[in-house]
Design a protein around this ligand. Structure first.
Ligand code: ATP
Ligand code: MG
Length: 453
């Protein structure tokens, strides 16, 4: 083939804007969040569910309401080949409510559900804000009592503590009252904001008649001066709504969960009632809300179901993972070993030693291929707590291999249970002298039979 016939260079397609390929420490932090959530949801006896990534568009447009940011400008909607309008889920709650109705999950009510996975919103990508992002999600459906709200809040608090990121994250709590309180507050907000309409941002002018609560949630500095003096929900709460909120706050205090009152906190979605909350941090710049939720007693009816009280929360896994990574809370597996074979004839034994240790729950890398001289350096690069090296240099009669124990920092002490696991694994195949210990610099000739007395 002559030079001029060289095939055209193939252009590699780029990833879609706002999506992420998560790798390395970020992926470990991500996994840490999901693993902790799985553990905690079991402690609270939430049942795991797996949900479809897409739904009929009406599942979201009806339940979230046409006036919300998510429905009006953030949904990924498309027509499938059958001409049906479908949407990639922008949140979990609406799909879970749909499933509750269509599967007859009423029979399990009150039912505690937990899930996690990807969500899709057409937003301007920036740090902590993506077009495909991931949430963990917990919901209690069919429970009207404030104890359900409290259980979810205590669960969220425990999760943040377990992740080691609770310091610097504040629970902001509000009530939106019952339907009646909320309507009265809404009417007062419309009246108040009308007087200042000309000074509000375009978005807020637009929200004024349709969804005035959202103005309180505005991030536009032009709206800020007016939101401060806006009518407060407290002046419109029915006595039932007051009692409900008092029970939630009283129980939180009793459970030792710190909170602050945030009277202007409204959730972006129309179906919220009573409890509304966000766990907020100042460590992530503008994307400071890590977890948000509340009670959504009005949602089921908007999807054609029977009136059903429900409450839940969702947290962005990426935002939690950033906090976990910043706080240095990504822990390497405690038991982490590399087994290196420095002789081709010992490769299989190194693998067998690795398999044996893994069966005991020790995390192991085995390095038993490639140039023999480079293997130790490869092991060092993996940064294990301990390296076990097998070689066959200068063996005496009856010896099978030399075992050398190396730790990367020579003063590093080896966890006793790790040392025990290694000794037990060795003893399954070899005679191991009682006086041999797993410590940096220790060497042992592995013998298959007991040495002569
Ligand atoms: P925000 O005010 O940051 O837009 P939101 O009110 O739209 O948040 P929710 O719908 O309540 O967010 O979702 C719950 C959580 O999911 C948020 O607190 C956040 O941690 C995360 N989240 C929401 N949108 C995104 C996104 N585009 N990228 C990454 N995480 C997100
Ligand atoms: Mg948003």
């Amino acid at each position: 083939m002559s030079k001029s016939e060289k095939p055209a260079r193939i252009e590699t397609p780029q990833a879609i804007r706002g999506t992420q390929d998560i790798f390395g420490a970020d992926a470990e932090a991500f996994a840490r969040v999901v693993e902790s959530f799985e553990r905690i949801r079991r402690l609270y006896r939430f049942r795991r569910v797996e949900m479809p990534v897409f739904e009929k568009t009406t599942v979201f447009s009806r339940s979230l309401g046409e006036t919300t940011d998510v429905v009006s400008k953030e949904m990924y909607s498309f027509e499938d080949r059958g001409g049906e309008s479908l949407t990639l889920r922008p949140e979990f709650t609406a799909g879970l409510a749909r499933a509750y109705i269509t599967n007859g999950w009423q029979q399990y009510a009150p039912v505690k559900l937990a899930t996690h996975g990807p969500l899709f919103r057409y937003e301007r990508p920036q740090k902590g804000r993506y077009r495909q992002f991931h949430q963990i999600d917990a919901e209690v459906i069919g429970a009207a009592e404030p104890t359900a709200d409290v259980e979810l809040l205590v669960m969220a608090d425990q999760l943040l503590k377990e992740l080691g990121i609770a310091d610097g994250v504040t629970l902001q709590l509000n009530t939106l009252g019952d339907g009646e309180s909320r309507e009265a507050w809404r009417a007062a907000l419309i009246e108040y904001f009308r007087e200042h309409k000309a000074s509000l941002s375009e978005d807020s002018q637009d929200r004024l008649e349709r969804n005035p609560l959202r103005i309180l949630d505005s991030k536009d500095p032009r709206d800020k001066p007016f939101t401060v003096d806006a009518p407060k929900i407290d002046d419109y709460l029915s006595s039932e709504a007051q009692d409900f909120f008092a029970k939630v706050t009283g129980d939180l205090d009793a459970a030792g969960v710190a909170w602050v009152r945030a009277p202007a906190l409204v959730r972006g979605l129309d179906y919220y009632r009573h409890t509304a909350f966000e766990f907020v941090t100042d460590r992530l710049g503008a994307q400071g809300t890590v977890l948000g939720g509340g009670r959504y007693d009005g949602l089921m009816e908007s999807l054609g179901g029977a009136p059903t009280p429900a409450v839940g929360w969702a947290a962005g896994i990426e935002r939690l993972a950033m906090l976990v990574a910043d706080a240095g809370q990504v822990k390497e597996s405690r038991l982490n070993v590399a087994v290196v074979s420095e002789a081709a004839g010992l490769d299989q034994s190194a693998c067998a030693l690795g398999f044996g240790l893994r069966r005991k729950g020790v995390s192991v890398d085995v390095i038993a291929s490639g140039g023999v001289k480079k293997r130790f350096a490869k092991a060092v690069k993996l940064n294990p707590q301990l390296i076990l090296v097998l070689d066959d240099r200068g063996l005496s009669a009856g010896a099978f291999a030399n075992l050398r124990v190396k730790s990367l920092t020579s003063n590093q002490s080896v966890a006793t249970d790790l040392a025990d696991d290694i000794l037990q694994t060795l003893e399954q195949k070899f005679y191991v002298d009682d006086s041999f210990t797993i410590e940096h610099g220790r060497e042992l000739q592995l013998r298959i039979d007991s040495p002569a007395q």
